[in-house]
Ligand binder design. Structure first.
Ligand SMILES: NC(=O)c1ccc[n+]([C@@H]2O[C@H](COP(=O)([O-])OP(=O)(O)OC[C@H]3O[C@@H](n4cnc5c(N)ncnc54)[C@H](OP(=O)(O)O)[C@@H]3O)[C@@H](O)[C@H]2O)c1
Length: 288
């Protein structure tokens, strides 16, 4: 694995770069989001993961812009809400995110969940593809897509490309799913890695529910790092883009202070639990 630091980036299938460490703002109240996102950028994060349903796009974007870093170095994500997964609503959603944030473009726009049935999903994808063509969005992707949803999208893209040419069906850059040692999602990870689709790891800290796990505590002592830092490091070494969330300044720093150690292969292995234990919702299994 190439040596990473807080400013490291990966290149997505779209050709654009994404900062490897993201800052999550789910459940961050709008009146706190401006402060914490500004603090995160000052700490070294360059990437903020928001969503229409988080109701903090406007304040999160204000925070990152106030931090004094050029826009070209910042990376802002938003998402089509689960109830708007169709062509018309997804189109309106992108425009609304641009209006609320005041940004000229959004770096990454995702379909938040594979709801809305096949026609809804493919319609929302078409809307995002058009948003890229119009310069409103740089890269697009999905969230909470299981392998069957990914197969459906891949087939759709292939069909369009056969008729209209390469890239015309949209370029899948990201699948954002819950990922941590208690939910390693081998099938989804393998599907994405085979195609160069990057995995964003949400709830990488397992929402702080496993901080007393004996394996984590013992690794924490061994490396002289906190359990949260062990989890972020695990995610980075798995090749994911972790999105730790915090509204606490000291934890925002702590979660980014993970570049002065490396878990060895044996310790990475120790964190393989083979459990399937989501701590959030799990739309990857939805079948509508
Ligand atoms: N696409 C989706 O469906 C989806 C779903 C869930 C999440 N996400 C994204 O992923 C991000 C992260 O996931 P998440 O918010 O569910 O959970 P998370 O990042 O795993 O955990 C956040 C929780 O951990 C606490 N925490 C943070 N740093 C800590 C530390 N160093 N030590 C102890 N506790 C710590 C936070 O508390 P404080 O904030 O009080 O410090 C908060 O309660 C979200 O914010 C969102 O951007 C996406």
């Amino acid at each position: 694995m190439a040596k990473l630091d807080v400013w490291s980036k990966y290149r997505m299938n779209s050709g654009h770069e994404i900062p490897v460490l993201g800052f999550g703002v789910y459940q961050t109240p709008a009146n706190v989001a401006e402060d914490v996102t500004q603090y995160a950028i000052k700490t070294g994060y360059r990437h903020v993961d928001s969503a229409t349903v988080y109701r903090n796009e406007s304040s999160s974007a204000a925070g990152i812009l106030r931090a004094g870093v050029p826009r070209s170095e910042l990376f802002f994500t938003s998402k089509v809400p689960p109830r708007s997964v169709n062509y018309k609503d997804a189109k309106a959603c992108v425009d609304e995110s641009l209006r609320k944030t005041g940004l000229d473009y959004i770096d990454l726009y995702l379909i938040h969940a594979p709801y809305g049935g096949k026609s809804g999903r493919l319609g929302a994808w078409k809307a995002l593809t058009e948003a890229v063509e119009e310069g409103k969005v740089k890269s697009i992707g999905v969230s909470n897509y299981g392998v069957h949803h990914l197969d459906e999208l891949e087939e759709h893209i292939k069909n369009i490309e056969e008729k209209e040419g390469t890239g015309k069906g949209g370029v899948l850059s990201i699948n954002q799913v819950e990922l941590h040692p208690w939910l390693a999602r081998g099938d989804i990870v393998q599907w994405c890695e085979k195609r160069g689709v990057l995995l964003e790891a949400y709830s990488p800290l397992v929402r702080a529910q496993r901080m007393n796990d004996s394996r984590l505590v013992s690794l924490s002592k061994k490396y002289n790092k906190t359990p949260a830092q062990i989890l972020v490091r695990w995610s980075l070494q798995m090749g994911f883009v972790p999105l730790p969330k915090s509204i606490t300044h000291s934890r925002i720093e702590e979660n980014a202070n993970v570049y002065d150690f490396e878990l060895n292969a044996e310790d990475m292995k120790q964190l393989e639990t083979s459990e399937y234990s989501p701590c959030a919702w799990d739309p990857t299994t939805s079948r509508d």
